[in-house]
Design a protein around this ligand. Structure first.
Ligand code: RIB
Length: 299
């Protein structure tokens, strides 16, 4: 089973021909809402990949709470540990440009109430062979507590260092497996402007320091990963992206589910990369997460 301890958002999405520059107004070409939040997206991806998933987090007691949880609920995710609090449900204001790139502002709301008490009970409810997945959209104190408790029990921990926060490097280094994009990895490595060779050397150095497995997502270039000193390079599908929101979360959820289902590290990377590519072909975070059958058809 996979426990995701993380954020749940309602995404408010405007499409534009191109993304605005600071201070500029551009005309929108469409508006939609969709369930989102990095935690919830990763939970749904793991569930659609076929894993048993428990989502732990918080929503408000407002009109966004039910739609933010609707797809997770439909997919059969265990939501019994999602708190309903007085703060508003987390929201993300998302602009998607014509080339599929995006800009996001996240307002934590209820996600900001997730605390160390919740972390302790979340890990206490897990079995030793379960997987704990974390991202950076709930308070870092809660993430830190969950990692300490899970590590003490030998539970496999996966930290996705998105979105980039001051604490992401410290928290990322506490996980058994860390998944970072290029920018996040530079912060993890305390080294800027790395080319391929420098990145690989930095991954080997961090592995020697921490012993952890490292996965760096490179957008259209796929991923580079390191486990027990061995480097893996895996590519997704050759696609024209429509909307990349949620693609990283889809990768994380599929990767965790694949490990949970017994695939080896390389097989899990490949399945996750294909799932992440497919998530770029439809708009919205959760609506774009592919079903396991769609991923298998492309493998
Ligand atoms: O990773 C995509 C997610 O980031 C969106 O669903 C949005 O809610 C933000 O958290």
């Amino acid at each position: 089973m996979i426990t995701v301890f993380g954020s749940i958002n309602m995404d408010l999405i405007a499409s534009t021909v191109r993304l605005p520059k600071p201070g500029e107004t551009v005309t929108g070409t469409g508006f939609s809402t969709a369930a989102g939040g990095k935690g919830a997206n990763q939970a749904l991806a793991a569930r659609r990949a076929g894993a048993e998933v428990r989502m732990v987090g918080a929503v408000g007691s407002d009109n966004f709470a039910a739609p933010a949880l609707a797809l997770l609920s439909e997919a059969g995710t265990d939501l019994s540990n999602v708190a309903h609090v007085a703060d508003p449900t987390g929201t993300a204001l998302i602009l998607v440009g014509g080339d599929g790139e995006n800009m996001i502002a996240v307002v934590a709301g209820a996600n900001g109430t997730v605390d160390e008490v919740a972390a302790v009970s979340t890990v206490a409810a897990m079995k030793d062979r379960d997987i704990l997945m974390l991202q950076m959209e709930i308070p870092s104190s809660a993430i830190h507590r969950a990692l300490l408790d899970a590590n003490a029990r030998g539970i496999t921990t996966i930290v996705n260092t998105a979105p980039l926060t001051h604490e992401a490097a410290l928290l990322g280094r506490m996980a058994a497996i860390v998944i970072a994009n290029e920018t996040e990895f530079e912060m993890l490595a305390s080294q800027q402007g790395m080319d391929d060779a420098a990145r690989e050397a930095a991954m080997q150095r961090i592995f020697r320091e921490t012993g952890q497995s490292l996965i760096v997502t490179l957008g259209a270039e796929g991923v580079i990963a390191l486990r027990e000193g061995k480097i893996y390079r895996v590519r997704g599908l050759d696609i024209q992206p429509v909307d990349t929101v949620g693609a990283g979360d889809t990768f994380c959820g599929y990767f965790a589910a694949s490990l949970d289902q017994g695939l080896n590290f390389e097989q899990a990377l490949r399945r996750a990369a294909v799932a992440g590519s497919l998530a770029c072909l439809k708009p919205g975070a959760q609506p774009s997460i592919p079903l396991a059958s769609e991923v298998e058809a492309k493998l």
